[in-house]
Write a protein that binds this ligand. Structure first.
Ligand code: ZN
Length: 120
């Protein structure tokens, strides 16, 4: 069972669909990873900044920075959300699954994922 199907019921919660997700997208309407590379991507581009030819991949993902692993606190924390394009979301997810933790760092430069080796 993948994490997505295991936790699918969380994404059906109205708190997620009606509040958290749209509110986050209103605050952060561009892919955060593309922006770091200097690409303004509202979901219509690939991670390389080219026109997204696949219409089914023209959207933005609201992703959890620290994997919530079913933890409602992390799942519903607005500060734990980031906007990603599908390309960056896939890459992020693959790296996460390979390592088991996020390498995202907070404002102080310290890794924020409790599963990161620096925090264990
Ligand atoms: Zn991106």
């Amino acid at each position: 069972m993948t994490a997505r199907s295991e936790y699918h019921h969380l994404y059906n919660k109205s708190a997620w669909r009606r509040q958290l997700r749209p509110q986050h997208l209103a605050r952060e309407p561009l892919c955060r990873a593309c922006l770091r590379r200097g690409i303004i991507n509202d979901g219509s581009l690939t991670a390389a900044g080219e026109d997204q030819a696949n219409a089914r991949r023209r959207f933005l993902v609201v992703d959890h920075v620290i994997p919530h692993r079913g933890d409602l606190g992390l799942f519903l924390d607005p500060a734990n959300l980031q906007t990603l394009c599908p390309d960056d979301h896939d890459q992020n997810k693959q790296r996460l699954e390979a390592r088991g933790y996020s390498q995202e760092r907070g404002a102080d430069g310290w890794p924020i994922d409790p599963q990161h080796p620096a925090n264990r």
